[in-house]
Design a protein around this ligand. Structure first.
Ligand code: ADP
Ligand code: MG
Length: 582
């Protein structure tokens, strides 16, 4: 029986550091937040080798009292919180008192500080958790922190680091978020003694946006300012014409803190609905101000995710405010005018002549924004009705509850589950093309980054070959990010990300099918399911007819790929019997 022991503090610190300090950019984030809490107006950051050799942050804030220097490194030691009630009145960036302790545990840190109003300062070195004496230091008022050789004592973690340029990229992302959240700050970033970025204090928010994302974005910003109860939403949203292939440029700040929030991201996307092509995302810089007790910021170690007291009200606030602002601009929905050229940022690789089926039409021939339903509706009605089920009753199908098709047949009547049938058809089309090596692939010019927990990313990358066979080509971007570079053109009507997400669930399922063949089948079925029309989708008469035509071509039109029936048959005889006609 293994004995239970209390872990030494050096191990505890390393465990805690694992949560907060993942890479150099995490250190930069924590140090910058401390400088901001200290009331700094100018912060300079120096890096060497992507921050792996050196991160130095120098600020002009209130400094740390000499007597507190040692305490700054102690875990759960903070000047920003006194009791548990304060947790719901957080007005500072930090409050957990864990950052410096964690950084000190996994790096070689020199902390030098001179408190405001003091004649001199003091310094302290913390080397992987071992402290030096506190010594006098004669620097300018403020704080200067140097972190050298991050993860020098945790080699495994060090191995997870990516190239210096990738790490630098994460750091500039961090810096941009801080610069956008605190538009009075003067920020300087140097890498290997070269200036990377300088944001003057005087630079306004639009100027900062122009600096980071180009002046063309600045030219297309609309100001939003809405109050609802105790919540206020301000900021800029961009014209739909400067959309992007991912949601990275949808910035959301809560009380000065950059956060990620799936629900509010969705609200944004909803507000732009009809103005963007599928798979495209708007640019926005939104600032939410809430009373501190309306939100719990203490739910995530790095505080990038929060819990709102009334998330639904905020969802409506974001959606309504953005939508209203777009309406004010009288933007014409783009759905009505599908462009002739292929999707911006995309190129189509066709490895075979496309069939003439509407469901098969490769994206190159249609507006990428059009949904399947629009597409079919836009088509002139077929001039002839091909033979329908068991005879020539073409077109006599009725959609009920936007989910089922009731079809007359010579032998009686069919009730078809539209989703199950379309799923089956797509499944067979995909399978046939894969079998024949003729799957058309739509390549994304701007690969879609997908952030995953490390173990999920590993699992997905393990299945790279199988996914590739399905037209989903992926690359390892590092740091848990997987790049989606292509998807099957056949499924062009839904976003590549949604297709991928569908297969992801299938891949991560604990009970994965044992053989490769079965796994492919499973993945295919999932893709078809995601891409098929849903129960609740209203179909036009042409769409119904087309679905029926394809039904006739299907090898097994009676079962969806999961084995459920696609249709129920009621024979004429059965009907007569039920009505007691016979
Ligand atoms: P937290 O920010 O959660 O309080 P940290 O471990 O990041 O915890 O910092 C511990 C304490 O050290 C802070 O509460 C603050 O008093 C002090 N401190 C850290 N960095 C600075 C700085 N740049 N200027 C002034 N004080 C600082
Ligand atoms: Mg802090």
């Amino acid at each position: 029986m293994p004995r239970i022991v209390q872990l030494p503090s050096s191990v505890i610190t390393k465990i805690a550091a694992g949560e907060v300090i993942e890479r150099p950019s995490s250190v930069v984030k924590e140090l910058l937040e401390n400088s901001i809490d200290a009331g700094s107006t100018r912060i300079e950051i120096d890096l060497e080798q992507g921050g792996t050799d050196l991160i130095r942050v120098v600020d002009d804030g209130c400094g740390i009292d000499q007597a507190d220097l040692r305490l700054a490194f102690a875990s759960h030691a903070t000047s920003k919180l006194r009791d548990a009630d304060d947790l719901f009145r957080i007005g500072t960036m930090g409050f957990r008192g864990e950052a410096l302790a964690s950084i000190g545990g996994v790096g070689q840190v020199t902390l030098q500080s001179r408190a405001a109003g003091q004649d001199s300062g003091a310094e302290l070195i913390c080397n992987g958790g071992d402290y030096s004496e506190v010594r006098p230091w004669n620097g300018a008022p403020g704080t200067r922190i140097e972190v050298r050789h991050l993860f020098f004592n945790t080699p495994v973690r060090k191995k997870f680091l990516k190239t210096h340029s990738t790490e630098l990229g994460h750091i500039t992302d961090t810096l941009q978020r801080i610069a956008l959240a605190h538009s009075h700050l003067h920020l300087v970033l140097r890498h290997n003694n070269r200036l990377v970025l300088e944001v003057p204090a005087a630079a306004s928010l639009p100027e900062r946006i122009a600096l980071f994302f180009g002046s063309d974005v600045r030219e297309k910003l609309y100001w939003v300012d809405t109050v609802q109860g105790s919540a206020r939403l301000t900021g800029f949203i961009a014209d739909p014409s400067c959309d992007r292939g991912n949601a990275k440029l949808q910035y959301l700040f809560l009380n000065g803190r950059w956060i990620r929030d799936r629900s509010l991201g969705h609200a944004m996307q909803e507000a732009y609905r009809g103005l963007l092509m599928t798979g495209r995302y708007a640019i926005a810089f939104l600032y939410l101000t809430l009373p501190p007790d309306e939100v719990d910021v203490n739910v995530h170690p790095t505080k990038t995710e929060v819990r709102f007291r009334d998330g639904q009200a905020l969802y409506h606030l974001v959606r309504a405010a953005v939508k209203q602002r777009l309406n004010d601009e009288n933007l014409v929905p783009r759905l009505q005018a599908p462009p002739e050229t292929p999707r911006e940022g995309g190129e189509v690789t066709v490895t075979t002549a496309p069939e003439s089926s509407l469901f098969d039409a490769p994206p190159v021939t249609r507006g990428a924004d059009a949904t399947l339903l629009d597409e079919l509706a836009a088509k002139p009605a077929p001039t002839f009705h091909p033979p329908m089920i068991n005879g020539d009753l073409g077109g006599r199908a009725l959609q009920i509850h936007d989910s089922y098709l009731v079809v007359e047949t010579p032998a009686g009547m069919l009730v078809i589950d539209q989703h199950a049938l379309h799923e089956r058809i797509l499944f067979e089309q995909l399978r046939r093309r894969i079998r024949d090596g003729q799957l058309e692939v739509q390549r994304l010019l701007i690969p879609e980054p997908i952030d995953l927990p490390a173990e999920q990313a590993a699992c997905v990358l393990e299945a790279k070959a199988e996914l590739g066979q399905l037209g989903l080509e992926i690359d390892d971007f590092g740091g848990g990010t997987v790049l989606l570079t292509s998807y099957p053109a056949l499924l062009g009507r839904i976003s590549p990300l949604d297709i991928f997400k569908g297969t992801l669930d299938c891949l991560l399922n604990k009970e994965r099918p044992p053989t490769k063949e079965q796994m492919l089948h499973h993945l295919l079925a999932t893709m078809a399911c995601k891409a098929a029309v849903k129960a609740g989708d209203k179909l036009t008469q042409e769409e119904i007819i087309h679905l029926m035509e394809l039904r006739d071509l299907a090898e097994d039109s009676h079962h969806c790929p999961h084995g459920r029936p696609t249709s129920l048959i009621f024979s004429k005889h059965e009907l007569e019997k039920q009505f007691r006609r016979v």
